[in-house]
Design a protein around this ligand. Structure first.
Ligand SMILES: Cc1cc2nc3c(=O)[nH]c(=O)nc-3n(C[C@H](O)[C@H](O)[C@H](O)COP(=O)(O)O)c2cc1C
Length: 241
């Protein structure tokens, strides 16, 4: 009895399916709106289905991490992590395709560029409208902050001399100014970190006298708000500081 019932049910379902396909077939070959469906009745519907699914396939399977606009997967992943409080700090290493034509990379030049082929680098004037002595930054490539202490006296000395020869500036980092920074005669930018190291008064506050004193020998002050370059633990400083 059970067998007969399931056999009957199966036949009914099969019959219904055939009827459904037949109905779609007739509908497709008689309609005049879609050429694809008229030429490929029934299976032509797959095209619309795949077209709809394609968006998800592309998004999850085929698109590279940096492929989509306006927000690519890399950016979205970062936002999701932040939203879930999983931390937004990511390690270094470019995920851009640096071999793509037009990718911006800096490479060594095998031979020095001839003077007649060189274009002067436009300098950048800082504090033009509000400083008695604006700072003219002549180079776009400079030496970023590395505290004296984190690097040794000979290293600071070498960088200072090198910066002078190259015509670029050197940043002190948040470890204060040492005589070695000034030795080479390059432009020096004094970095004021959250600890205000080197610019504090006896009570730990910001010392104006010290700033004036330093202002006579350095070209500019840089206030460091947070640490960007700290792989691993991340560099966002506590708000209280
Ligand atoms: C030894 C060392 C000390 C550093 N000290 C400072 C610092 O005092 N202040 C700062 O803003 N960055 C500091 N940095 C970070 C560098 O200025 C720079 O942002 C970082 O090294 C990333 O640049 P890079 O990829 O060219 O090395 C230091 C880096 C190093 C390697």
């Amino acid at each position: 009895m059970k067998d007969v019932l399931s056999y009957g049910l199966g036949t009914l379902v099969g019959f219904g399916l055939v009827l459904g396909v037949l109905f779609i077939f007739i509908q497709d070959i008689t309609q005049k709106k879609h050429g694809v469906l008229r030429n490929y009745p029934v299976i032509g519907h797959l095209r619309y289905w795949f077209e709809e699914l394609g968006e998800y396939f592309r998004q999850y399977f085929f698109s590279g991490d940096r492929d989509e606009m306006p927000f690519n997967r890399a950016t979205r992943g970062w936002v999701y992590r932040l939203a879930k409080n999983e931390g937004g700090t990511i390690g270094f290493g470019s995920t851009y395709d640096l071999h793509d034509p037009g990718a911006l990379i800096f490479v060594n030049h095998p031979f020095p560029v001839l003077d007649e082929d060189r274009l002067p680098t436009p300098s950048l004037l800082l504090g033009e409208n509000y400083c008695r002595q604006p700072f003219e930054a002549k180079s776009i490539i400079n030496i970023s902050g590395m505290s004296f202490g984190a690097i040794s006296a000979p290293a600071v000395r070498a960088l200072s001399r090198g910066a002078h020869t190259a015509g670029c500036w050197m940043d002190t980092g948040e470890g204060g100014l040492s005589p070695y920074h000034l030795e080479g005669g390059c432009d020096v930018i004094y970095q004021i970190g959250t600890a205000k190291y080197g610019v504090r008064d006896a009570h730990g506050g910001l010392s104006e006298e010290r700033l004036v004193e330093l202002g006579r020998v350095v070209k500019a002050f840089e206030i460091k708000l947070s640490q960007g370059a700290k792989p691993g633990k991340g560099g966002v400083l506590p708000g209280a500081r």
